[in-house]
Design a protein around this ligand. Structure first.
Ligand code: NAD
Length: 421
């Protein structure tokens, strides 16, 4: 596979094949797990504010349901396609298994650049998409959540749409909702919190103190923005951040609160126009290659490839995004001794807190934020310790160790359940 043929689903299958080989999985199980169980493609019309009608394409893919209902976010992006959604769904299966929560993996996407649409257009698009995929959704079937360019408001519209169809309120059909309609305290920050905990744990293993760590974060949205903020609070020096508009770098450390305030005042948390003393503006690609201890890709997939892996200067990469590193880049980073905390572990904080939200919704009994954060930390740090120890013992990368544990769990569940009929 070369970077010029970048296809996230081929990458996801390659990662699975590698794990299946190491685990010596039976051929029948490999055939089941290397493809999604269900795929729904929809084309649906939406009325625009000017009275015209536009047709949008969307997808919901359920990769595997062996360990429980399908779980995974919905992405709004102009370049999302079926193969990307398939890959993201497969990664969700491994992620849920890795942190041992009772879900299978799913993902959804709509081909739209939401920044070009008004709020009312987005609401109509969301409600119609939710209706189109509603045959798959339900608290016991498939529970979406936010992903790139979707947020608690979009989740509220989906929850309301499904509830209107059913004739009663169904909070547990979706997670990442606003707290005033059954969302969980701590969910918004959960993915970034998990990422920051993974930085803390990998630094601890390397005997490094957090106040010496220089961090660069690509993506300043829900995941990247929160991770940057929490890492600054933990004493790290966040020297670089980037969003779609480009990078911002300051050798002595950026003021993350000031960046957050700027983002909060602009649609889609844009950093465009941010200036401060000593801040340079490298391109997105240049920022990834600037000196730092920890690089956190927290935007799109396919950012670290064979084309730039040799020029990455970080000691550690903690993958906030899903699929930011290609397998070729992984090999190069491994050879160079750069430790990668893989996406299925590093960004699992979001789905862990989503699981808590689902449980709270089903029980109609809500926890306080400390409770959510403590339980999240126990699960994600526990998974890290297990994977780190296994990687040390077998002299493997953290990704290989994580895949082995996750794929084993899903394969075991599939074998235990047997093949119907
Ligand atoms: P978001 O929409 O809140 O933010 C995305 C950020 O990435 C924005 O700052 C955007 O400007 C930036 N960005 C987009 N394209 C970019 C590019 N080419 N270069 C640099 N920056 C770019 O999205 P999010 O929820 O923070 O998701 C980010 C990543 O984290 C995705 O890969 C997503 O799948 C993954 N993830 C999200 C969650 C979650 O709970 N939201 C959970 C697990 C994983």
């Amino acid at each position: 596979m070369t970077s010029t043929q970048f296809n996230p689903f081929r990458i996801a299958q390659h990662q699975f094949d590698t794990a299946a080989e190491l685990l010596d999985l039976p051929q029948s199980i490999r055939e089941i797990l290397r493809v999604p169980q269900r795929e729904l493609s929809v084309n649906f019309p939406v009325k625009m504010d000017d009275g015209s009608t536009k047709v949008y394409a969307g997808y919901r893919v359920q990769h595997n349901l062996a360990r429980g209902p399908a779980k995974g976010g919905i992405r709004y992006h102009h370049a999302v396609d079926l193969d990307e959604v398939r890959a993201l769904a497969m990664w969700m299966t491994w992620k849920c298994a890795l942190v041992n929560i009772p879900y299978g993996g799913a993902k959804g996407g709509v081909v739209v650049d939401p920044r070009t649409r008004s709020l009312s257009e987005l609401e109509r698009l969301t409600r119609r998409f939710a209706t189109e995929i509603s045959i798959l959704l339900g608290p016991e079937k498939d529970i979406p959540a936010p992903d790139m360019n979707t947020n608690p408001q979009v989740m509220a519209w989906i929850m309301d749409t499904i509830s209107m169809h059913r004739g009663y309120t169904v909070p547990a059909v979706i997670t990442g909702k606003p707290v005033n309609v059954g969302g969980s305290l701590g969910r918004v920050e959960a993915t970034g919190r998990g990422v920051s905990l993974m930085v803390r744990e990998i630094a601890k293993q390397a005997g490094l103190s957090l106040d010496k760590l220089q961090v660069i974060v690509q993506g300043f949205g829900n995941v990247g923005g929160t991770a940057a903020m929490l890492l600054e609070q933990m004493g790290c020096r966040v020297v670089g951040v980037a969003d779609t508009n480009g990078g911002y770098y300051r050798r002595n450390g950026l003021d993350i609160q000031a960046l957050n305030d700027h983002a909060a005042r602009h649609p889609y948390r844009s950093l465009e126009g941010y200036t401060a003393d000593g801040v340079e503006c490298p391109s997105n690609a240049e920022l990834l290659e600037m000196p730092c201890d920890v690089l956190i890709p927290a935007a799109l997939d396919g950012q670290i490839t064979s084309l730039n892996a040799n020029r990455i200067h970080a000691r550690f990469i903690v993958e906030g995004a899903n699929g930011p590193t290609t397998p070729e880049a992984d090999d190069i980073l491994n050879d160079r001794g750069i430790v990668v905390v893989p996406d299925i572990l590093a960004n699992a904080g979001g789905v862990i807190a989503s699981y808590f939200e689902w449980v709270q919704g089903l029980q109609e009994f809500f926890w306080d934020e400390t409770d959510v954060n403590q339980k999240l930390e126990r699960i994600i740090v526990g998974a890290f310790e297990q994977i780190y120890q296994s990687a040390q013992e077998k002299k493997q990368s953290l990704r290989t160790a994580a895949y082995q544990l996750a794929v084993r769990r899903v394969a075991d569940a599939t074998i235990t359940r047997g093949i119907y009929p």
